[in-house]
Design a protein around this ligand. Structure first.
Ligand code: NAI
Length: 328
């Protein structure tokens, strides 16, 4: 039973793959590179392919299938990088290995606190020995209304985390969850735009959520609103956000994800001239904290995804019920 693992990181994943692969009785082809048409033949002999966030388009799906793959598992929660329809057309089943929500939920609270306490500016100033106060005045969470959009596993955990801070919590989801009741109040999206001082996004990227934060929705928000995105970059239209920050409509933002981050994040690009102008602008603002898709990155999350991705491959190969298979 063989699995080809792409984008396997030497510094934190490799040992775990060897440990769990051995425990589950799987032969592993561990490959540092991301999958591409050039290296798709590494899949030969493997029924299953284990990937990270590389775009899997129709051509790559076809190449995987031609090399014998029947199952594709991504070691991520989001799977918008995979053309699931094309995979299915070629006879490849797709799965994802979600880890616990706490890593991302903790990080979200950190970005909220950093944004309302102006941490980026304060740290930058401290580093250049500018110990003045002016411009550093923060706000307290207990005085604010926080709107959580998307109350799945992560959004619900953010609500749980925030419930200790004494802020008013509003929530919106296409499918409200009973477990949120009592901690946050479900309201229509329009009310979140109108009432929230801080808005945090926790929905997957779909046709309906693409650019849900745009010029029109920003105009409906409170002046000085703080926007937090630890979900997917394209939930926010970058151009509209930049304009709103320049016009001071948006007071601060905490962005762990940005549009068009593929090919940038997780690579060392410090000597390169980059073409993502929006990212450069966003990074340059003193009131925008940008991190490079780090929210998931905890010891717990890495261990869980490695283990679950392999368990999922084993379930598939043994024809057992596979809780990680994407069925929708
Ligand atoms: P989940 O599937 O448990 O919850 C998503 C929720 O969003 C569901 O309740 C769903 O009904 C709701 N939803 C879907 N479309 C919506 C819409 N248009 N409007 C309102 N609600 C909508 O997913 P989970 O685990 O909570 O993850 C949320 C997102 O966080 C993931 O899809 C992924 O994109 C992102 N993520 C980011 C990470 C990072 O490192 N920054 C790591 C892990 C996930």
């Amino acid at each position: 039973m063989q699995v080809t693992v792409f984008s396997c990181r030497d510094f934190d994943e490799k040992e775990l793959f060897l440990e769990y692969g051995k425990g589950l009785g799987l032969d592993l082809v561990l490959c540092r590179e991301a999958p591409s048409l050039e290296n798709a033949d590494l899949v030969k002999g493997s029924q299953c392919v284990d990937i990270l966030t590389t775009k899997i388009d129709r051509n790559l799906a076809k190449a995987f299938r031609e090399n014998g793959a029947e199952y594709l598992i991504t070691r991520t929660i989001g799977y918008d990088h995979i053309d699931v329809k094309a995979c299915r057309e070629y006879g490849i089943t797709v799965g994802n290995a979600p880890y616990g929500p706490n890593g991302v939920a903790d990080y979200t609270v950190m970005l909220i606190l950093m944004s309302i306490r102006k941490a980026k500016r304060i740290i930058e100033r401290t580093n250049i020995q500018d110990y003045t106060l002016a411009g550093n005045l923060g706000r307290e969470l207990k005085d604010l209304t926080v709107g959580i959009i998307g109350t799945g596993r992560i959004g619900r955990t953010v609500i749980q985390n925030l419930s200790g801070f004494g802020c008013r919590l509003l929530a919106y989801d296409l499918y409200p969850s009973d477990s949120v009741k009592g901690k946050a109040e479900y309201v229509p999206l329009e009310e979140i735009w109108k009432e929230a001082d801080v808005i945090s996004l926790h929905t997957p990227l779909t046709e309906s959520s693409f650019h849900m934060i745009n010029q029109e929705t920003i105009m409906k928000m409170k002046p000085g609103v703080v926007l937090i995105n630890t979900a997917r970059g394209a939930l926010i239209e970058s151009e509209a956000l930049i304009r709103a920050i320049e016009e001071k409509r948006v007071g601060a933002a905490g962005l762990d994800v940005v549009e068009d981050e593929f090919g940038l994040y997780y690579y060392d690009r410090k000597s390169d001239v980059l073409t993502n102008r929006e990212l450069s602008l966003l990074r340059s603002f003193p009131n925008v904290t940008v991190t490079h898709h780090m929210a998931f990155y905890t010891d717990n999350c890495v261990r869980t995804v490695v283990e679950d991705s392999l368990k999922s491959c084993k379930c598939f190969m043994e024809g057992k019920e596979n809780p990680w298979e994407i069925t929708s």
